[in-house]
Design a protein around this ligand. Structure first.
Ligand code: NAD
Ligand code: IPM
Ligand code: MN
Length: 360
């Protein structure tokens, strides 16, 4: 009783490395804030395929359903790239998002003053950037029917995916986005391709309608191609962005680089009920897996989001976030955010300096 059941999904590639460091951080924070964590580990992605033949075993989904929160690292890798679609690691990730009804993915991209020099953009362009991408996560072209590779009458193959949104799917993500904007700077930019796509026209109409209920939020619309350009041209114009599944996937990676590295960006995938799932924006980074080179901070900050949005422990979340700022201020860097004069560390050592800061 009174325990916080957290399911840990290490997955593949750098996943186990960054999650191990993060669990150590949570254990220390749990002691300090008297949060009795009960961690359980389960299989997903390539690791699950190797052990059971399926990317999301029923047992894993059940365990997640019975927990208070799910902390996921990353899935995927070359080894499984040639398998049929239903057996790929990515399918497991989509299945857990759908299975837990996690339609709202919050992806914050905040420039930390300590990391301005790690950004590929000029200081004056990125200084002060603070964007929240609200990405729809269980609909759109990722899930629409029909989908598949079919054979036409002439015997040619034809690959099909369908971008579709119902009114209720748009309304529920729009509501999350307006409420998110209300708690931030009160500006919401809805990103679509309404000049070409019917699904986007419906999206724009419903978001506009929903906007009437939020007169305190300044709503604007932007086409996705322009949004990609504006994100690198003048990112400070954005506060909250709401967009569909595929556009959100792409724009959040672009937003990530404003902050210096995708290795810094956490996310929260939320539904109407618990559990939420908390995951870094980046993938399994197979190019650096097993080398102790990964930046664990996106995963650690995802754990902070878990404490804030999933377990109602905002003070514990604050402490982790402050700790991360402090290690960066002390000059510690993993390779992805390295700049001259800073102290280079591996994944584990980065966790250790953070633990030291948290315990001091
Ligand atoms: P990726 O995000 O894994 O890697 C892109 C680049 O960023 C690589 O150079 C990688 O080394 C670097 N990088 C990523 N995270 C890092 C970190 N924490 N520290 C330092 N560097 C980091 O994307 P990709 O290479 O396109 O995909 C690799 C695999 O990951 C694929 O199988 C893909 O499907 C999967 N993927 C999974 C998720 C997820 O689990 N949520 C997200 C994206 C991609
Ligand atoms: C992400 C990833 C996933 C997505 C893939 C791995 C299924 O890119 O979490 O951003 O496209 O949603
Ligand atoms: Mn992605």
């Amino acid at each position: 009783k009174g325990k916080y059941c957290v399911t840990l999904l290490p997955g593949d590639g750098i996943g186990p490395e960054i999650l191990a460091v993060t669990v150590d951080v949570l254990k220390v924070i749990g002691k300090q804030f008297d949060i009795p964590f009960d961690f359980q580990e389960a299989l997903i992605g390539g690791a699950a395929i190797d052990a059971t033949g399926e990317p999301l075993p029923a047992e894993t989904l059940q365990l997640c359903r019975n927990s208070d929160a799910v902390l996921l690292a990353a899935i995927g890798g070359y080894k499984w790239d040639e398998l049929p679609r239903h057996q790929r690691p990515e399918t497991g990730l989509l299945a857990i998002r759908a299975g837990l009804n996690l339609f709202a993915n919050l992806r914050p991209a905040t420039i930390l003053p300590q990391l301005i020099d790690a950004s590929s953009l000029k200081r004056e362009v990125v200084e002060g950037v603070d964007i929240m991408v609200v990405r729809e996560l269980t609909g759109g072209i990722y899930f629409g029917q029909p989908k598949g590779i079919f054979t036409t009458e002439t015997g040619e193959k034809r690959g099909v995916n369908t971008m579709a949104y119902t009114e209720s799917e748009i309304d529920r993500i729009a509501k999350v986005a307006f409420e998110t904007a209300q708690k931030r700077q009160g500006k919401l930019c809805s990103v679509d391709k309404a000049n070409v796509l019917d699904v986007s026209q419906l999206w724009r109409d419903r978001v506009t309608l929903m906007g009437q209920k939020y007169p305190d939020v300044e709503l604007s619309h932007m086409y996705v191609d322009n949004a990609a350009m504006q994100l690198v041209r003048a990112p400070k114009q954005f506060d909250t962005i709401v967009t569909g599944n595929l556009f959100g996937d792409i724009l959040s990676d672009a937003a990530a680089m404003l902050t210096g590295s995708i290795g810094m960006l956490p996310s929260a995938s939320l539904g109407l009920e618990k559990p939420g799932l908390f995951e870094p924006v980046h993938g399994s980074a197979p190019d650096i897996a097993g080398l102790d080179k990964a930046n664990p901070l996106a995963q650690i900050l995802s754990a902070a989001m878990m404490l804030r949005y999933g377990l109602e422990q905002p003070q514990a979340a604050d402490k982790i976030e402050q700790g991360v700022l402090e290690v960066l201020a002390q000059g510690y860097r993993t390779g992805d955010i390295m700049s001259s004069g800073m102290k280079a560390l591996g994944c584990r050592a980065m966790g250790d300096v953070l633990l030291k800061v948290l315990e001091s």
